[in-house]
Write a new protein. Structure first.
Lengths: 140, 373
């Protein structure tokens, strides 16, 4: 049981690294701090926005709707379809990375990302894909 | 007995090394390198292009907005356009265009996801359906330009040469890399045959994530093949089936290309980080006018730069290796990062490389590098 609850050193260092990356982006580019308890979702610039719409809707409906924490969405530019989907959620904020600074912080690998913060710490982060969304029940 | 010998010669594939299999042949040669710029009207940005010669005149052609624009490389002027706009029904039937080539100005071959179309004097005259799931020859493989392997029309055999890949294999499994990568389709019979050339041993034994592109350039009876994390390049003589392997390592490669753990194959982030940092060999071109090969090398870089910011693939320094016909490296040049080797080709004038621009102009600027022995 204890073993199952532990993270390996590799997982921990990866979480620390990503936590620092997100914190640096918030501090340097947004002049603010990462949320103590909240969810940060990065939606990258994609040629085919509609291609990820189903996956994103699954994330919203299956997971985010149930969460009371603040949800911060970082978009590369305004996107009507994504914003419409986000609008069904409460306690949200949308930020636009118009200067394309995410890449400087290792946060732009052409994949959408979700970061879950709890008690001032990054608890988990994952690439938003159908495979990862299948695992989401572990977080509920 | 006669038949056995004929069959044996048909299937016989020989492999040979030129020089030491682990050492690059070098003969430092001071070359005269002249640079100039040229602007072509491409009607905006494009990704698919080709060059060809017709009656001694060189042409550049690019696909843009359902049109193929043909420019004369001597006058720099747009001289013709070919409409390749398909209606919804045709698009569903043929798929999307991934490559095209010419055999003279009036003969155009289009490779689409589900068909090869031959357009003569701007009229569709032949259709060969490919990649049909229910046929034996496409049961496990696809004929497609995945990105860096444009099709080539072989006049001698009346065939189209192009990339093939195992469509039933996962890219993380070695089976994908053990499969043949080059095929030829007869324009007479429509049948696909494959050449016995696969990814290199390095790729069969280890996993290199997104750095698994296949760079193929074909000319006459030869096809040159290169893989990103492989110092060796390979030349297939399609007539004799002989593969020549040549070790051509850049002097700017300061680290070995590390392999990725196969367990990370689902992580796009890990694969992108690997792609950004590893030494990377990209396009390889043959210059028939100067009898030289040009091989582009993108330097291995650290994950973060001096300012602590993350590097991206675009931050990799670009190196041009100049190799003679005996595969001896004559010299290597660091190029401006503002150039994009993906858009490069050779003409009488020299090596053209597109400049990276993000404007919405109708024209495209190329740098011409002319090398004199």
């Amino acid at each position: 049981m204890f073993l199952l609850g532990c993270k390996t050193p590799d997982q921990n260092s990866k979480l620390n690294e990503k936590s620092e990356d997100v914190a640096s982006y918030f501090h340097n580019e947004l002049a603010t701090q990462i949320p103590n308890d909240g969810i940060v979702i990065i939606l990258q610039n994609q040629k085919c926005s509609s291609c990820r719409q189903n996956t994103f809707e699954t994330l919203v409906n299956k997971y985010l709707k149930k969460k009371q924490q603040e949800k911060i969405f970082i978009l590369s530019k305004s996107d009507i379809d994504l914003e419409k989907t986000i609008s069904v959620l409460q306690n949200t904020k949308i930020i636009y990375d118009t200067k394309h600074k995410l890449k400087d912080y290792g946060l732009d690998y052409s994949t959408d990302l979700c970061f879950i913060f709890s008690n001032h710490k990054l608890k988990k982060y994952f690439e938003i894909s159908n495979i990862e969304l299948e695992k989401l029940k572990d977080l509920n | 007995m006669k038949y056995i010998l004929t069959l044996a010669s048909l299937f016989y594939i020989s492999c040979s090394n030129i020089g030491n299999p682990d050492k690059t042949m070098r003969k430092f040669t001071s070359l005269e390198l002249n640079e100039s710029n040229v602007t072509l009207n491409t009607n905006g940005n494009f990704t698919i292009f080709t060059t060809f010669v017709d009656n001694g005149t060189e042409y550049f052609a690019n696909l843009n907005k359902n049109k193929i624009l043909i420019s004369s490389l001597s006058s720099r002027k747009l001289i013709d356009t070919i409409n390749v706009l398909f209606d919804n029904k045709q698009t569903e039937k043929y798929g999307s265009i991934s490559s095209f080539c010419f055999n003279g100005k009036d003969s155009l071959y289009l490779l689409l996801s589900r068909a090869i179309l031959f357009i003569k004097n701007k009229k569709l005259t032949k259709t060969i359906f490919i990649n049909e799931l229910d046929t034996v020859q496409y049961n496990k493989m696809r004929f497609a330009n995945l990105e860096d392997a444009p099709i080539y029309y072989d006049k001698k055999t009346n065939e189209l040469i192009g990339q093939i890949y195992c469509s039933k294999c996962k890219q993380v499994d070695s089976a994908f890399y053990k499969s043949n990568i080059l095929g030829h389709i007869s324009l007479e019979t429509g049948k696909l045959k494959t050449y016995n050339i696969t990814f290199s041993e390095k790729y069969i034994s280890d996993y290199y994530g997104f750095a698994n592109h296949v760079y193929i350039q074909s000319r006459d009876s030869f096809s040159i093949v290169s893989f990103p994390c492989e110092e060796k390049m390979f030349e297939l003589n399609r007539f004799t089936n002989n593969i020549t392997s040549i070790y051509e390592k850049s002097i700017y490669q300061t680290a070995k290309a590390s392999a990725l753990d196969r367990s990370l194959s689902d992580s796009r982030e890990e694969k992108m980080r690997h792609l950004t940092t590893v030494p990377y060999y990209s396009q390889i071109l043959y210059d028939p006018y100067r009898e030289l090969y040009y091989r582009f090398f993108l330097k291995n870089i650290t994950l973060k730069n001096k300012d602590g910011k993350y590097n991206t693939f675009k931050d990799k320094g670009i190196v041009l290796m100049v190799i003679n016909k005996e595969f001896v490296v004559l010299n290597e040049y660091e190029l401006n990062n503002n150039l994009n080797p993906y858009f490069s080709f050779v003409t009488k004038e020299g090596l053209f490389i597109k400049e990276k621009t993000f404007d919405t102009n109708d024209s495209t600027v190329f740098k011409i590098i002319k090398i004199k022995n």
